[in-house]
Ligand binder design. Structure first.
Ligand code: DX5
Ligand code: ZN
Length: 216
């Protein structure tokens, strides 16, 4: 089954609670939460307090995408705040194996994200140890960018390796996904789709989620 994980980076933050409730009501499968530190990526978004606040009003799995340097410093805080899946960037941590084990020690699912220019081959040793791999299809930092087409090939490469070494792996793709390209992303092998602007466009969450799901 293909899961949709809307990114609240594109939500109307002046009514975040309402938007989160709407996501659950209109068929989102999880909630993607983009944490940015202004160093690993050139933008700053939100952190633990926001997660803690929306944890009170949603039962959906929180899919927390950490775009921060040395994420091991904050794993416990995000676990306590209410994350269900914690994803760190390959490019931000030189002790990936240790941090993945650390995430799991809190009973959370662990993921690794890779930037568009990072090859799939760097994941070969660790693929059996993680619950999710997130392929960035834009350069991380901002919502509303265009999908980078060469990442489609990376999704199929990952799918092949996952079928062999970790068939239950969640293959998540994040950035620039809309109703026109969602099918290509799913056909390449993704099973968790992140969408920010395509879900919140014109504040028509119900219609946008329906259109995306129909596009698969
Ligand atoms: C970008 C974030 C994405 C972003 C996706 O750094 O990781 O999750 O919110 O937004 P869209 O779907 O608008 O590209
Ligand atoms: Zn993201």
């Amino acid at each position: 089954m293909i899961k949709l994980s809307p990114s609240i980076l594109s939500a109307d933050l002046s009514k975040l609670g309402e938007d989160v409730i709407a996501l659950e009501k209109f068929g989102a499968d999880m909630i993607h939460i983009d944490v940015m530190d202004g160093k690993f990526v050139p933008n700053i978004s939100f952190g633990m307090p926001i997660i803690k606040a929306i944890r009170k009003i949603s039962k959906l799995n929180f899919d927390v995408h950490l775009m921060i340097e040395e994420p091991s410093r904050y794993i416990e805080d995000f676990a306590v705040a209410g994350a269900d899946i914690i994803t760190i960037h390959y490019e931000s941590d030189i002790h990936l194996d240790r941090t993945i084990k650390y995430i799991k020690s809190f009973g959370k699912k662990a993921g690794i994200a890779i930037n568009p220019a990072t090859p799939i081959s760097v994941l070969e040793c660790i693929i059996e140890e993680v619950d999710m791999i997130l392929i960035m299809s834009v350069n991380p930092g901002f919502g509303g960018q265009s999908f980078i087409n060469y990442t489609l090939n990376k999704i199929s490469q990952l799918k092949k390796i996952a079928d062999k070494y970790n068939p239950s792996l969640m293959i998540e793709v994040d950035g620039g996904i809309n109703a026109d390209n969602i099918k290509a992303v799913v056909d390449a092998g993704a099973n968790v789709i992140v969408a920010g602007s395509a879900v919140f466009r014109n504040n028509e969450i119900e219609k946008n989620i329906r259109t995306l799901k129909e596009g698969i």
